[in-house]
Each structure stands twice: as C-alpha cells, then as structure tokens.
Write a new protein. Structure first.
Length: 94
C-alpha cells in the first residue's frame, strides 16, 4: 500500500471525508486532497505531526513506512470517539 493509500485509509478510519479530516488537523483541505490523489506523495512533517497529535492511535511506523499495523493496540480513531462518547458528562445532576 502506497503512502497516499494509507492516508486514505486513515481518513476512512475516522469516519470523515477528506475536507473534514483536513479541518480536524487545521490544514487547508487542498493539502489533504493533494496527498490522497498521489500528486504530492510526501506529507510535510508538520502535517504528519498534527495527524499523530490529533489521532494518537494511528501508528506512525505504519503510516510513514507501511510496516506493522495501522493502529496502536488495534484501536481506530473512530473506536476512540465512541469510548469518549460513553464517558458521562460531569455536569449532569443525576
């Protein structure tokens, strides 16, 4: 799997489209569109750093080198979102 395909896989694992994924990283949507189209096959370091900061379960080794598994401990970003959604709101007066 090529780097641009791994980036597509990551986007799909978040349950987002490329534009909303770019927004979540605070990068221009065209940056992500260039990466996934294969026109710009090497993401800048700051974009990679933002991916790993925003989605800590994504394996850097897998995304950059294509080695190992896509997610740390097998937990995709969407799995983490559902875990967070299960945490009770501390402001509830139940």
């Amino acid at each position: 799997m090529e780097l641009h395909e791994r980036i597509r896989y990551v986007i799909a694992s978040t349950g987002m489209n490329p534009s909303s994924f770019a927004e979540s990283l605070f990068v221009d949507r065209m940056v992500i569109h260039h990466y996934i189209s294969g026109r710009k096959n090497k993401p800048r370091f700051d974009v990679l750093a933002q991916i790993f900061k925003t989605y800590p379960t994504i394996s850097a080794r897998w995304l950059i080198l294509g080695e190992g598994q896509p997610f740390i401990n097998g937990r995709s970003p969407i799995d983490m979102k559902y875990d967070i959604d299960k945490i009770p709101d501390l402001n509830d007066d139940e």
